[in-house]
Design a binder for this molecule. Structure first.
Ligand code: PMP
Length: 295
């Protein structure tokens, strides 16, 4: 991956309806989105030039805006077309895709009823991190101190910028201790998710995963559930307490960025990445690639 800062790259950014040269895609410092976190975004991946589940991401993007009390001024079809154009224009068929929407500069106080909503889309290379052998060693997770909030205290179903402040704090703390990421509990002390990915466990051949009612119900999470069920596995969505961690054999996290990534440790608990994780890593890799899907 390029170490160049994101504002010093070349290419094209889709900005409020048109493609603009990458370095010219700027906004003013007095923007409501920056000061008050009235901003929502998406994270998607294009494989072989095709964005995986693009329409589901566009729908979630619009829904996130509505949960923040604003309407994204483009339809799902327009967003899908804009993302596809961005991937094509930038030339690399395997990229991460980042749509973002934010309130602009017309009003700079808590209320921003009349502020316009802006939308931009950037794409950049984000290779899958590991080969299979490295992946199957598993990553190490810290236990985060921050908890996912009660859905009555934050719009937790939105992929909203403000919800990421505790994710960044948790991930920084984890990285300082040498971990790859952190597992967050929810406001009631139950296992929730990682800082940017959902979590699954295995027990007696079945998958167990927390109910996504106070954190993002990932599009990858739903894909993994479908893939596991297509293999005849039982999938149990339920409350999972941290005390139960020693009773699970395998653990993996999943998300657009992480794809399916096995876990070897969560704080003091050890897991052994095994056949179920390997199967789902492979099934997900096949599901996202249009050529494999067509075969
Ligand atoms: N939870 C959080 C907090 C995330 O940021 C992400 C990544 N968008 C996920 C879960 C996984 O979501 P998805 O599978 O839709 O990428």
């Amino acid at each position: 991956m390029s170490a160049l800062p994101f504002d010093q790259r070349d290419g094209w950014i889709w900005f409020d309806g048109e493609l603009v040269p990458w370095r010219e895609a700027k906004l003013h410092v007095l923007s409501h989105g920056l000061h008050y976190a009235s901003s929502v975004f998406e994270g998607e991946r294009a494989y072989e030039g095709v964005i995986f589940k693009s329409t589901e991401h566009s729908e979630r993007f619009r829904r996130s805006g509505q949960l923040m009390d604003f309407e994204i001024p483009y339809s799902v079809a327009e967003l899908d077309a804009a993302k596809a154009l961005c991937v094509e224009k930038n030339g690399d068929p395997n990229v991460y895709v980042r749509p973002v929407a934010w309130r602009g500069s017309e009003m700079m106080a808590v209320a921003a009823q009349n502020a316009t909503v802006h939308v931009a889309i950037g794409v950049w290379p984000w290779p899958s991190m590991f080969d299979m052998a490295t992946k199957m060693k598993g990553i190490r997770l810290d236990m985060a101190e921050w908890r996912r909030p009660d859905p009555r205290t934050a719009p937790s179903a939105a992929k909203a910028a403000g919800l990421y402040m505790i994710a960044t704090l948790s991930k920084h703390a984890a990285e300082r201790k040498g971990y790859a990421d952190a597992l967050m509990l929810d406001w009631q002390g139950r296992v929730a998710e990682c800082t940017g990915a959902n979590v699954f466990f295995t027990q007696d051949g079945a998958l167990h995963t927390p109910i996504a009612d106070c954190f993002l119900d990932g599009i990858t999470r739903r894909t993994v559930i479908d893939l596991a069920q297509a293999r005849g596995m039982d999938v149990v969505e339920r409350r999972i307490l941290p005390d139960e961690l020693p009773s699970f054999n395998e653990c993996f996290i999943c998300g657009t960025g992480a794809e399916v990534t096995p876990v070897s440790e969560i704080g003091p608990h050890r897991f052994t990445p095994g056949n179920i994780s390997r199967t789902l890593v492979e099934d997900y890799a096949a599901a996202v690639r249009p050529r494999a899907r067509a075969a």
